[in-house]
Design a protein around this ligand. Structure first.
Ligand SMILES: Nc1ncnc2c1ncn2[C@@H]1O[C@H](COP(=O)(O)OP(=O)(O)O)[C@@H](O)[C@H]1O
Ligand SMILES: [Mg+2]
Length: 269
């Protein structure tokens, strides 16, 4: 399977996302300490580490859900640290959540439309009021949402309540909703958690196809098979510190990484 075509041709793409000395504490808990790394344009970058390593906190900082205590986060060369989440979505940073967060009683299609509202001129409230100028935009948004559902493999589920979907499909729906915001970087927090082998293979293919659309991916994942298969580069966190970074091959052999995981299988945490 052609996996890394775009990044192999360009071993060192310029950074789309750049963290510099980023720190975050919760009271006495130092969740992240002076973390620096880059995610190059068009990469699929993995972010791994034992539970409590600070992975979700890092996503919360990059997506604007939390502000760093110190350090800089640059997106496409511009500082973004401390800016609110809705501004960052508009800039092109979208995410999914470790615990799937959907609007359960809304249909599958409506969930994708919620993700799209940042790209519609009239916005979510305009769409609710439905004045005349909104109609065409609404039709286009619907077509785009249906395309995205087809892209993730949920075309037949558009009208189902999202809470009726099997769990694995809810994860795909969350990805479709994130893509509806037309991100330049997509943050995936444990996208394979709770998926069976077939579903996680499908997810791997989907992640490749998302990158083929020109979207950069930063992905937290405990499924090492999937991580090693799809990622170009991997960053390892442990107790809030950056332990190692490199290619999947380098990370698999890295003595500090092996030590951090010793006795606690990464797939079981
Ligand atoms: N909102 C919060 N309040 C207090 N402590 C938190 C909060 N979020 C995370 N932490 C703590 O920060 C550390 C890193 O957590 P987290 O980023 O969720 O790790 P990971 O995603 O790698 O499992 C943990 O010790 C966790 O308990
Ligand atoms: Mg987490």
């Amino acid at each position: 399977m052609p996996m890394h075509a775009s990044s192999d041709n360009q071993p060192n793409p310029p950074p789309l996302l750049h963290l510099e000395q980023v720190s975050k504490a919760f009271g006495g808990v130092r969740a992240l300490t002076e973390i620096s790394f880059e995610v190059g344009f068009g990469r699929i970058q993995g972010l791994i580490g034992p539970n409590g390593a600070g992975k979700t906190t890092l996503f919360n900082l990059v997506s604007g859900a939390l502000k760093p205590d110190a350090g800089d986060i640059h997106f496409d060369g511009k500082p973004i640290q401390g800016r609110p989440g809705h501004e960052l979505v508009a800039l092109g940073i979208a995410r999914t959540f470790q615990n799937v967060e959907l609007f359960g009683s809304m249909s599958v299609l409506e969930n994708v439309l919620v993700g799209r509202h940042v790209r519609t001129r009239c916005g979510f409230w305009g769409a609710l009021i439905r004045h005349a100028g909104v109609k065409r935009e609404e039709r286009e948004a619907r077509e785009k949402a249906l395309e995205l559902l087809a892209f993730v493999g949920l075309a037949d589920q558009a009208d189902s309540p999202s809470q009726d979907l099997p769990f694995g499909w809810q994860r795909l729906l969350e990805i479709a909703r994130a893509l509806a915001a037309e991100p330049r970087v997509l943050l995936l927090d444990e996208p394979a958690a709770g998926l069976n082998r077939v579903e996680s293979d499908h997810l791997g293919d989907l992640i490749d196809r998302i990158r083929d659309q020109g979207i950069t991916i930063l992905m937290v994942e405990h499924d090492m098979g999937l991580t090693m298969r799809v990622c170009d580069r991997i960053v390892v966190l442990d107790h809030g510190r950056l332990l190692a970074q490199g290619t999947p091959r380098e990370i698999q052999r890295h003595p500090d990484v092996l030590a951090a995981y010793l006795g606690k299988s990464p797939t079981s945490t």
